[in-house]
Structures are given as C-alpha cells and as structure tokens.
Design a protein around this ligand. Structure first.
Ligand code: ADP
Ligand code: MG
Length: 679
C-alpha cells in the first residue's frame, strides 16, 4: 500500500500540493481518481477457518510476543481467538511497532495466510489495535494509486470527503440512461469508491463491472463532446476563402507529364471545396507511400497563390523539406511563383532574404522544416499551411503554423493509415481524404527475406540491377544510441561495401551530414552518378528516385513495421519491377519474425498498419500524446470500440437537447486538459 508512482518527494510539500502536481485538485478530480484494488476489512473470520493461501481478517488477543534472533531478527506474535491460534511474523519492524504489541491486547490482523513450520501464519499483516469496541467498516477499503509523500489514508479521507460533499448530478437524462442500460452515475461512483461488503472485488479490479462501464461511457462521451466543441469553435474562427481564378492550378496540371489518377482528382476536389469555404480546412490527406500526395499538395499551394495568399509547406526533416523544395520549385517556378526556402541551417544571408520575402509577400510558397515555426517568421498573408508526414510533429508545432491574424487552412499529409477507432475518437475533428490506388504502371515491390549469412546473394543482385541500368539503396542497421553512432556505422558500411563492390559508384547519406552535403548526395543519386546509396533511415521519408529498384535493409529485424514499409516504399516508384531485400540475423525473436512475415505477405499499407496495431497495442501506435489530446484513462479504444457509435449518437442527442449541458460534462472530465481541445 506504499506509493506506486515515484514523484520525487520535495521537502515541505503538503499532500495536497503533491497531488495537485498530478492533476488532482477539484472534488471531481478526486471523485474520478479510482481505486486499483480493494481490501476486505468488513468481516472477521475465526482463526480456525483460515487456510494456507487465503486472505482474511481475524481478531484476537495477543498471547505471546517475542523477538527471535535465529538467522535473522524477527518479531513473532501469537494471536489467539476462541477457535485457535495464528502466528504473526515481521522480518522488518520498528521499536514503536513492537511497543504496541503487548500480551493481552486485542488486535485485528489482516493479510495473506501461509502454512509455516509452526502452523499457519501471516507475514507482515496489517494490524489494528482494538481496545474497546471498534465497529467494522461498512464497505470494502479502496486502495488508490498515489505518489510519494501522500499516505493512502490521507487520500482515502480526501476522496471520501469529495464523495460526501459533492452533489453528483447525472448529466444523462434518465430515459436515455435507461435505454442504454447504464448505471446511475452517483451510484456507480459510490460503488467504485465504497463497495458494499458482498461486492465482487475481482470484477471491479478488472474494470468489467457495470459501474466501470458507466464511467467508460462517460469518458468517451466527454471526448466526443469536446471534439464537437473544438470543431464548432474552429469553424467560428473563419478563414479566407481561397477561390482563385484557376490560372495557376490549370497551368500546373497542364505542365505535368502525366494526368491525375481518379483518386487524386477526387481528393483534389475535396480539398478545393474546403479551401473555397470561409471556415478553415482541417484535412488529412492520406495515401500509401508513392501514391502521389505531393502533386495534390502542390495544387493546393497553387490555389492559395492564385487566390492572392501565401502557402507554407513544412516537412519533418531537412532532407525531405529540401526534396519538396526542389520538386515543387521545379513545378511552380516556371509558372512564375517565387518559392522561398527556410531551414535551420540556411546560410545567414539567404535566410535574411527568405524572411524578407515571406514578410513582404514576395514569396508565394515557403518550404522548410521546423524553422518555419521557430524563426521569427511573419507571413504577409498565409492562406494555407501544409504539413507533410504530420505524425512526426507534435500538436503544438502544427498549431504554431496557424498562429496569426486570420486562421490559415490546414492540410496534413500522411502515409500512415488511421484505424477506424482512432478516426472516430481522437481524430474525429479531422476530415480525411484518401488516395487508395497507386499511379498506373506500378508493380508491387517484391519482398525477399534473406538470412544475413547469405549476403553473397545480395551482392550478386546489386551487380545485376546496376548492370541493367538501375540503382539501389543499402540501408544500414538501426542503431538505437544516437545519430552519431548511426552515421559512423554508415561510413563504415560504405568502406566495407567499396571493398566488396569495387566497380560500383557508392554514395553516402546520413543524418549528421550538412544540408548541402545531403542535397549533393541526393542530387547525384537522382542524376544517376551514384549506383548504390548507402544510407541510414534518413531515406525513410519521402525520397523519390524512380530509377532505384532495389532496397536492401541490413538487420531488418531491428526496425519497426512502419519504418520498414516506408523504406520499402522508396522503390517501386517507376515502371520497373522492384525488389526489397530484408536481411535478418538469426535467431529471430517471436515478434521480429511476425513483423517480417507481415512485410513479406503484403504491400498494403492499411493491412500493415492494422498488424502494427495488433502487434504493438494501440497506446504506442496512436501516439495520442502527439495529437495533444488527453489520453483516455478508463475507456480502451480496442475493447470499447463497439460502444463508439452509440457514444457518438448520444453526443449528438445531448447537443440537440441542450448545447450548454455539454460544457459541464467536458468540464467534469477534462478540466485541465480542455485547452488543448480548443485548438
Ligand atoms: P507520396 O508523397 O504519396 O509518397 P509522391 O507524391 O512522391 O508520393 O509520388 C510518387 C511518384 O509518383 C512521383 O515520382 C510522382 O511524380 C509520381 N506520380 C504522382 N502522381 C502520378 C500520376 N497520376 N501518374 C503517374 N505518376 C505519378
Ligand atoms: Mg511524400
């Protein structure tokens, strides 16, 4: 019953201050702080009914107290009731404890029973002196999660006080509650904090009791209401309608060497419609790697520009931002658009020019990294913010792009599919456009699993690809420690490979290289001056060199599914059949084997994401903190998925009936976290 979470005890902090640090302040915070388990102190059983392994409470008189010094110091107390005798044993004890335990005194002992050499005994029982008559508690005793410096007894008193003094109104109208077969809220909370003696504590602890279901439902409901509120607020903010004259977007389409796929046309239509509205767009464009999201993003930027506004494109890495810059500049500059570049490592003079162009409005499009939100960047009139690989940014970073006089439209790009339960909850404030089919002429990448012991085969394969005029990536093993070590591994690999493949031209790409060096390496690879690009996972995101047809991944078992899928997506981007070789080391762990098998069996990003979710569990997969939303404490998206539609329907019904009532539900559940949802 000691502290479970290790907040560092700070001298002088009161229990209330310590709890405030973990968000327990208002009565409702305490009411929603629920027990981990329960101790049954409501009953006293005769000593002779105890059996080894059982748990129970007895009351009796102390018959004998002695300190044994055999092997180690121990305090031994013989307790006797009318039915028999029980030995109580302490291996650690204080003099003050010993002083309380005097022969003849009446005590209650509660604990786990075990069989010992001297009959049954309890080790370190919970003890209570009962001089006079002490009534038995009327309910099971809750055990709460707590922090260092806050005794369990203090927390119990505080929560009991909240329970006594708070008027627990049920915000679900009774008929609705009954139709959903839900327990009344006050009854549920009282039952959870103070379960009557005969309650099945096991069901409570497993969170499967009807009382838990009520809280799980309410938590999901509060989340839905908060999301609807955020959406309404966002729409009230207003944004500039980007209606443009269509000249730039038409010119861009006409300049492409291909025509858009049906899916690309469909998603562009959705984005076009959002941009023309006076409420800010909040849209996620989702499509598997290589599905052609970039051109759609370029169209959106062109629409902003032809409407007299600026557009910004932010990418998570400098390599990716640079590639966007090159490609989009190639598309838009010939059409007269001034594209500015802003990254952490831009040269000072260039950066000053870029900042001036952004502020004056001379730059129509700005491409860059986090620098876009870190620098003192002032846009003349930002109409559209595009965030590539949005899951790599935190919510604050995405929102920072939005700051300013008027709210720009927001378009996020992602190759990671969103599971349905997530789309219905955390992300339900987001409109989603999906590109399902790849551009025509693509062949699914063939995946081979090869044991590291057979790497000779890989060399042969690389020689064959290069002889056929194509190129290869060779990805170095993932090194957990640091970028630097990873860079060293890459340098070493180039040297080793050079010895093995002396006739080939090798290039190197890793995270420690300067932006200019990275750009040179990528340009050389794209221009076919390099046959094999040895790289770390910096190539994971977005790199697009269609002539590359072979991807070799060293020690593939060290990478996660999503990363492997992204890496594989670097090939198969042209018309030739491509191959991905996953080199693995034996023996493989169970999960590593499962991961590689998934990759081997499917190329479908959605299917891979589903497996990822299954293998990793939702918490890690979601990265909900990344989205900046309060985590669900009681509900479980996987377990409670079946509820979600009902919860959404209920949220709509409540809002129809009484829009202001929603606020008080949200307030109860997310008081501290609600500000995130305002965004
Ligand atoms: P994503 O960002 O979705 O991974 P990209 O936008 O980088 O994909 O596109 C992948 C490749 O497909 C690029 O070389 C791009 O020029 C090409 N591409 C995009 N759309 C089409 C299309 N409709 N027809 C043919 N090729 C296309
Ligand atoms: Mg991309």
């Amino acid at each position: 019953m000691g502290p479970v979470a290790g907040a560092a005890p700070r001298a002088g902090a009161t229990p209330a201050q310590r709890l405030a640090r973990i968000g327990l302040v208002r009565d409702w915070d305490f009411l929603l702080h629920l027990p981990l388990r329960y101790v049954d102190e409501t009953q006293i059983v005769p000593i002779d009914s105890l059996v080894s392994g059982s748990h129970g409470q007895v009351e009796g008189d102390i018959a004998e107290v002695r300190v044994s010094v055999r092997r180690r110091r121990q305090l031994l107390v013989r307790l006797r009731d009318g039915s028999g005798e029980l030995l109580l044993r302490w291996m650690h004890f204080y003099a003050s404890q010993q002083a309380q335990l005097v022969p003849g005194r009446r005590v209650r002992a509660l604990g786990q029973v075990r069989g010992g050499l001297m009959g049954i005994e309890m080790v370190h029982p919970q003890i209570r002196i009962v001089d006079g008559t002490v009534p038995l508690p009327a309910h099971l005793t809750p055990v709460y999660p707590t922090v260092a410096g806050v005794p369990q007894a203090w927390l119990r008193r505080r929560i009991a006080k909240a329970l006594r003094e708070t008027e627990i109104t049920d915000q679900l109208p009774a008929p609705l509650r009954r139709s959903l077969d839900l327990m009344e809220l006050g009854a549920a909370l009282r039952l959870l904090h103070e379960p009557p003696p005969q309650t099945d504590a096991g069901a409570l602890e497993k969170r499967q009791h009807a009382a838990w279901q009520r809280l799980q439902f309410d938590e999901l409901l509060a989340q839905q209401l908060a999301l609807r509120q955020a959406r309404a607020r966002r729409r009230r903010d207003g944004a500039a309608p980007l209606t443009g004259d269509g000249r730039l977007t038409r010119a861009l389409l006409a300049s492409l060497p291909f025509s858009l796929t049906a899916d690309q046309r469909k998603v562009w239509g959705e984005i076009e419609r959002d941009l023309a509205a006076a409420a800010p767009m909040n849209r996620l464009l989702q499509g598997d790697v290589g599905s052609g999201k970039t051109i759609v993003a370029a169209l959106a930027a062109a629409r902003a520009i032809e409407s007299g506004y600026q557009a910004a494109l932010m990418a998570p890495t400098e390599v990716l931002a640079d590639q966007h810059f090159q490609r989009i500049a190639q598309l838009l500059q010939p059409l007269g658009v001034n594209v500015a570049w802003l990254a952490g490592r831009s040269r000072e003079a260039l950066r000053r020019d870029a900042l001036a162009d952004i502020e004056s409005g001379a730059a129509g499009l700005v491409v860059g990294t986090h620098a876009l939100i870190q620098e003192p960047v002032r846009f003349a009139n930002l109409g559209l913010a595009i965030v590539d690989e949005q899951h790599r940014f935190g919510v604050e970073q995405r929102l920072a792009l939005r700051q300013g006089a008027s709210t720009p439209h927001l378009l996020m790009l992602s190759a990671t599919p969103i599971p349905r339960s997530l789309a219905m909850t955390y992300l339900s404030d987001l409109d989603v456009s999906v590109i399902q089919t790849l551009p025509p002429g693509r062949h699914a990448v063939r995946t081979k699993l090869i044991s590291g012991a057979r790497r000779e085969e890989v060399l042969t394969r690389i020689r064959a690809e290069v002889a056929a005029g194509r190129q290869a990536y060779w990805v170095c093993p993932l090194v957990e420690q640091s970028d630097e070590i990873e860079a060293m591994a890459a340098v070493q690999m180039v040297e080793q490979t050079r010895a093995l493949l002396p006739e080939l031209r090798l290039g190197l790409l890793h995270g420690q290289m300067s932006a200019a060096e990275k750009r040179l390496a990528l340009q050389a690879f794209a221009a076919r001056h390099i046959d094999v690009l040895v790289a770390t996972t910096v190539v994971e995101v977005g790199i697009d060199v269609p002539n590359a047809s072979l991807m070799v991944i060293e020690h593939a078992q060290r990478f996660g599914l999503a990363t492997l899928h992204q890496l594989r997506g670097r090939v198969g981007r042209g018309a030739v059949q491509s191959t991905c070789v996953l080199l693995f080391d034996e023996p493989l762990s169970e999960t590593a084997r499962a991961r590689l098998k998934v990759l081997y069996e499917t190329n479908d990003g959605f299917e891979i994401a589903r497996c990822d979710l299954r293998l990793r569990g939702p918490g890690e997969f979601l990265g909900a903190r990344q989205w900046g939303l309060p985590m669900l404490r009681f509900a479980d998206l996987e377990r409670d998925a079946a509820w979600l539609e009902t919860v959404q329907r209920t949220a709509d019904q409540l809002l129809e009936r009484d829009a202001s009532g929603a606020g008080s539900i949200i307030e109860r559940w997310f008081a501290g976290a609600a500000q995130y949802l305002a965004a």
